[in-house]
Design a protein around this ligand. Structure first.
Ligand SMILES: O=C(O)COP(=O)(O)O
Ligand SMILES: [Mg+2]
Length: 226
């Protein structure tokens, strides 16, 4: 049995199926993981916090692709990135006649504090152009376009968590599925892309699982499960 590493895990595409439903088989894995678990996601903070809460695990969260970091153990909440710039991009995008694409209530952006997301059915080219004007980039997670600050990512988020908890990022196993996981893959000592991962994530991971989605996650952690 190899020593179990601390774990950084993505949500969409990694703990879920393709419809974004979490596979319940991951619940005992996360609850019983004997080392720290960091939920690192592009989603806004309430989503990973709720996941931790309902799992009854410590709330150690990287949200908004690194824009928001929360470490319950040290009561630390950090914000990075350029929310003003992302809101300006959203406004200019709307002025061109486009929509963010999540309806008027917009649960995807409602609790977002450092970036903006746009639905994948909206045009990418004008969004990328506007983002570049404001010094931002557009990440395609396979679930949404994220207008985000390129100096902040899940890798910087993991480093921030580790600084709080006195852990070494290189001791982590990171599992994910898309380009927003690539920097965390570099920072973590061991990185695994699930089979459904995009080309960027696959290229930057140490290995790629045979199985996709939550089956891929279960495969990635299997060597460490008793
Ligand atoms: O919200 C997204 O677009 C992707 O979320 P994830 O980082 O948990 O996969
Ligand atoms: Mg993902």
């Amino acid at each position: 049995m190899t020593q179990t590493p601390p774990l950084l895990v993505d949500i969409d595409g990694t703990l879920t199926d393709e419809s974004r439903a979490i596979d319940p088989r991951v619940f005992p894995v996360l609850r019983e993981w004997p080392e720290p678990v960091v939920i690192a996601t592009g989603k806004a903070m309430p989503f990973p916090i709720a996941l931790c809460e309902f799992l009854s695990i410590e709330r150690t969260v990287v949200a908004e692709n690194g824009g928001v970091v929360f470490v319950e153990a040290t009561d630390e909440l950090q914000f990075e990135g350029d929310h003003e710039a992302s809101l300006a991009v959203a406004e200019a995008y709307r002025e061109l006649g486009h929509e963010l694409g999540f309806g008027s209530v917009d649960l995807a952006n409602r609790w977002r504090e450092t970036e903006v997301v746009v639905s994948l059915d909206q045009p990418l080219e004008p969004l990328e152009r506007l983002a570049a004007e404001y010094g931002l980039v557009v990440l395609d997670t396979g679930f949404a376009y994220h207008v985000t600050d390129p100096s902040v990512d899940k890798g910087t988020g993991l480093e921030a968590v580790c600084a709080e908890l006195g852990l070494d990022p290189a001791s982590f196993l990171a599992v994910g599925d898309s380009e927003n996981d690539a920097e965390a893959f570099e920072v973590a000592g061991e990185s695994v892309a699930v089979a459904n991962a995009d080309a960027t994530a696959k290229a930057r991971a140490d290995r790629v699982t045979e199985a996709g989605y939550a089956d891929g996650f279960l495969e990635a952690v299997a060597p460490y499960r008793r």
